[in-house]
Design a protein around this ligand. Structure first.
Ligand SMILES: [Zn+2]
Length: 216
């Protein structure tokens, strides 16, 4: 499993791309996790083919996690993508994402490749990948994601403070990405992680690598 960190920055970072990773397995199957506003250009800088990404996964639909979607799809339309695309998201957030897709092609109501919308589940299988999700504590529903593929385990939080459920998803990970807003401890009710909480989490779970995406 190859992980390319597209961005680890906040919604308003002046220097870093919005948080997103690209996950590639040994068969060159690729998932893009979240697509904030600066993610499309970062992908273009990598000179990927328009058919190279198989799946998009959205943790939630705050703009810094999804506002790049119409731009990315517009490029794929302009350069003639043909490969069907799978988009996983939360059922109640699908309609908002579909509005972003319509913006990519407007006024034409269709795009030149199939989009297969699928609801994120608690667990499911895709090709040889096993996926699991769990809610974090955030202002809107955010589903963190655990990917097991090629004999490795990856965790990606999206936004939000760790919960018992997301902690359980981190168990046994080779690499975990956790959103982290500040270095000072936040209250238990906060909707973001903090460094103190994250380091305690790493220790309690004996995580080999915990990567923090910093909001500020
Ligand atoms: Zn958010």
């Amino acid at each position: 499993m190859k992980i390319d960190v597209i961005g680890s920055g906040s919604a308003f970072s002046l220097t870093r791309n919005t948080s997103s990773i690209l996950v590639t397995d040994k068969d060159d199957q690729r998932w893009l996790i979240d697509c904030g506003p600066t993610v499309p250009r970062a992908l273009w800088q990598r000179a990927l083919d328009v058919n190279d990404i198989d799946v998009l996964y959205f943790t939630h639909i705050h703009p810094d996690h999804c506002a790049g979607l119409p731009v990315l799809l517009n490029r794929w339309k302009s350069f003639g993508r043909r490969k069907p695309l799978i988009i996983y998201c939360q059922a109640q957030q699908r309609e908002s994402l579909q509005q972003l897709v319509s913006l990519a092609t407007w006024p034409v109501p269709h795009i030149c490749f199939d989009i297969d919308w699928r609801d994120s589940q608690a667990q499911w299988q895709w090709q040889q990948w096993h996926l699991s999700t769990a809610a974090t504590q955030h202002e809107m529903s955010n589903l963190s994601l655990r990917i097991e593929a090629d004999g490795h385990v990856l965790f990606y939080s999206g936004d939000g403070r760790p919960t018992d459920a997301s902690r359980a998803l981190m168990q046994g990970c080779d690499l975990a990405f956790q959103e982290c807003a500040v270095s000072m401890p936040l209250s238990k009710e906060a909707s973001h992680g903090d460094v103190v909480n994250c380091l305690a989490l790493q220790q309690s779970l004996s995580l080999p690598v915990l990567a923090l995406s910093l909001l500020r």
